[in-house]
Design a protein. Structure first.
Lengths: 333, 333
DNA sequence: CTGAAAGCGCTAACAA
DNA sequence: TTGTTAGCGCTTTCAG
C-alpha cells in the first residue's frame, strides 16, 4: 500500500494525499476527510525510506557511547532518548568500547546512515592528543556534533558539561580544611573530565600552599573487587591515607570494600567521596557521599541546544553547569 | 557526491559503480580498481536512504525497553547492540516506560521507521491479559518480533528466556529444607517472568505439602529506601520472617537496608536472595546472593535466532535456558 | 563484462 | 484548492 494506492482509492492525486499526511493546510476539509478515511481504512503509513530520500533526513540522531551497560552512561542515554523523542527524533545507538579505532569506525558508520547529528556521550571521546580528535572535527563538517561531558574547540561541535574542575577542587579543599592530611586521589580515566578533576585536586593543594606527594595520586582500572585489592596492595607498600577522592562511584565502592576488609571505620578513620552520584551510591553500605554532576541537566541542555541548532537559532558552543556535593554516610562534614 | 558523479569521473555507468560498491563479482579487476580509486579519492559513501528505498531495508533493528537506565535492561541492550553490530545491523532504541499505551505507540513508531525486526527487552512487555498483547501479534505480521524474557504464542514471535519458574522453585525449596519457615516473597512486577517466579514459589510449598500464608507474598514497587521502609512497616504490622526471596536485586538491596536499620544479622537471622545477579549485587554489603538468569546467553541467542530467521533457516520459536544461583554473603548454604 | 533504463515511494515546485 | 511532474540516489533487470 503506497501513496498511489491511497490517492486512487480516494479519487485524488498523490500530492493531495501527501498534503493530508503532512498536515498541509491547503486542503479542503471535505477532501481531507475523504483521504483520511481511506488512509485509516487501509492502515496506511508512508514509507520512511522514500520520505528520507526526498527530505534527506529520517529524523534520527546517532548516539555514541563507550559502554551502554555502564550505569552512568545508561542513565545519560535514557535521558537523551526521552528528550529526543519529545522532539520527534529517534536514537540510533552505537557502543564503541574504549579503543580509538572503533570509535572512529562507529562514528563514520553513523554518518553513513545519514543521522542528523551525533551525540558523543561521555568524556572519554575527547583525547588530550588533539590529533586523535581529528575524526570528530571531520564529522562536524557533515552534521552538528554534541559532546556530553567533554569539549573540543572546533566549528559545529557543541558541548554540554559539568564543571568537574571546581567540584574536585572544592571537595579537596574541604578535606584539607577539615584536618585531612593524606588524601588519596584515585581515578580511572585520562579523559577530558578526568583531567579536569585531577587538575582540581592539584590546584586545591597549590592554593593552600601545600605540596602533593605524587604517590597519593593513583590511576587504576578494574572492577570493584580489583579496586579493593589494589588499595590493599597500596597499603602493603606502606602508603597510608585518611581519605579517598575518586573520579567515579565504582572506584569509591571498591574503596568501601577495602575499608571493610581492613576493618577501617568509615568515615571516622577514612572518608570516601565518589563521583557521578550514580545509583550504586545508595546501594552500598555505608552509603556514598558523591559529587552529582547533574547528568539530567546536561542531557536536557544537550538536546535542547541541538534542537535550536536545527531551528537555526544561535546557541552557545559550550554550556557549563555546576556540580553539587551530595553528602551521605562516608564523610563526616 | 552521488553515484552519477562517481560513474562520470570513472568513465563507467552507474550500474558498474553500484556493482563495485556491492562487491558484485561481474566486474573486471581493471574497472573495479578504476572505480575504487575515484570512490576513495572523493570519499564517497552511498546514500543510505536511497539504498533503503530500493532494498526496502536499512539494516536496522528496533529495540524496545521500558527503561534503559535500569542496570539490568541496560546490560541487555548492550549485549544485543554488540551482537547486532557484528551482523551489520544497527539499533534503534526506544524507551517506552511501563504504560500500555506508550508501548503500543513506540512499537508502531518503530514499525513506521521500517525496522527489520523489533526486540522487546524485558518480560514486562508480556501481559497476562492476552488482549493487551494483541498489538504485538499485530506487529508480528510485518516483521519478526523477538521477546527477551517473555513468551507469546503467535506466528512470527520468538522468545529467548530463562527458566525463572524453576529457579525460584529451587531456591524456595532450598530455604525450606534448610530450616527456614517464614519466607517472605517480595516482587515488583506482574510481568510474564514475574508470574513464573511467583508460581515457582507457590509450587515449592505445595510440593512439600506446605501451605503458604498469603501475607508472606508481598508486591511492592519503589526505590531502595522505599523498599526498606515498606519492610519496616510490614514488621510493625507483626509480620516476621527469616528469609526474603525477591524478584529483583533492587528489592534485595532494599531488604538489606531494612536489615541494617533494624539491626538484624544477615544471613544469620535473615537470608536474602536477589534476582538477576546484576552489578549492584556486588556493590552492597554484605554482597548479595542472587539468581543469575543468564542475560548474556539469552541476548546472544536472541540475535542469532533473528539472523537465522533472516537467512531463512528454521529456528525454535522458544529457547529456554537454566538460571544459576550465585552464592555470596546473604545466605549461609 | 558493461550500460540503459525502469522503479522504489515520497515531497515540493509549478501549473491550473 | 488540486493535479502534474521532476527529482531524491540507489539497485536490478534486461540487452548487448
Amino acid at each position: 500500500m503506497n501513496i498511489y494506492d491511497i490517492s486512487q482509492k480516494a479519487g485524488v492525486s498523490i500530492a493531495t494525499v501527501s498534503r493530508v499526511i503532512n498536515g498541509n493546510s491547503n486542503v479542503s476539509e471535505k477532501t481531507r476527510k475523504k483521504v483520511m478515511a481511506v488512509i485509516e481504512q487501509y492502515d496506511y503509513t508512508p514509507n520512511a525510506f522514500a520520505r528520507g530520500l526526498g527530505l534527506n533526513t529520517m529524523q534520527t540522531i546517532g548516539i555514541l557511547c563507550a559502554d551502554s551497560s555502564d550505569p552512568y552512561l545508561a542513565s545519560a542515554i535514557y535521558y537523551i532518548e526521552q528528550m529526543l523523542h519529545k522532539e520527534q527524533y529517534d536514537s540510533l545507538l552505537c557502543c564503541t568500547g574504549y579503543n580509538q579505532e572503533d570509535k572512529e569506525k562507529y562514528l563514520n558508520l553513523l554518518l553513513s546512515k545519514k543521522v542528523d547529528s551525533i551525540i558523543l556521550v561521555g568524556s572519554n571521546f575527547v583525547e588530550a592528543d588533539e590529533e586523535k580528535n581529528q575524526y570528530i572535527k571531520e564529522a562536524a563538517k557533515s552534521v552538528p556534533i554534541m559532546l556530553l561531558n567533554g569539549a573540543i574547540d572546533a566549528p559545529n561541535i557543541y558541548s554540554s558539561l559539568c564543571d568537574d574542575y571546581h567540584a574536585t577542587f572544592q571537595i579537596t579543599q574541604k578535606l584539607l580544611k577539615t584536618g585531612h592530611e593524606r588524601i588519596l586521589y584515585l581515578y580511572n580515566s585520562h579523559s577530558y573530565s578526568g583531567k579536569k578533576k585531577l587538575k582540581g585536586f592539584h590546584d586545591a593543594y597549590s592554593e593552600m600552599g601545600l605540596k602533593i606527594n605524587e604517590s597519593y595520586i593513583q590511576y587504576f582500572v578494574g572492577d570493584i573487587h580489583e579496586t579493593r585489592d589494589f588499595l590493599v596492595n597500596l597499603t602493603k607498600k606502606g602508603l597510608t591515607f585518611d581519605s579517598i577522592i575518586t573520579s567515579d562511584d565504582n572506584l569509591a565502592v571498591g574503596a568501601l570494600k577495602f575499608a571493610k576488609l581492613k576493618g577501617i571505620s568509615v568515615p571516622k578513620d577514612l572518608s570516601i567521596i565518589g563521583y557521578n552520584n550514580s545509583m550504586i551510591a545508595t546501594c552500598c553500605d555505608p552509603e556514598l557521599t558523591s559529587i552529582d554532576n547533574k547528568l539530567e541537566t546536561i542531557c536536557k541542555n544537550c538536546v535542547s541546544t541541538l534542537m535550536n541548532i536545527f531551528n537555526g537559532n544561535s546557541v552557545p558552543f559550550r554550556s557549563v553547569f555546576s556540580a553539587e556535593l551530595v553528602k551521605r554516610e562516608t564523610t563526616d562534614f
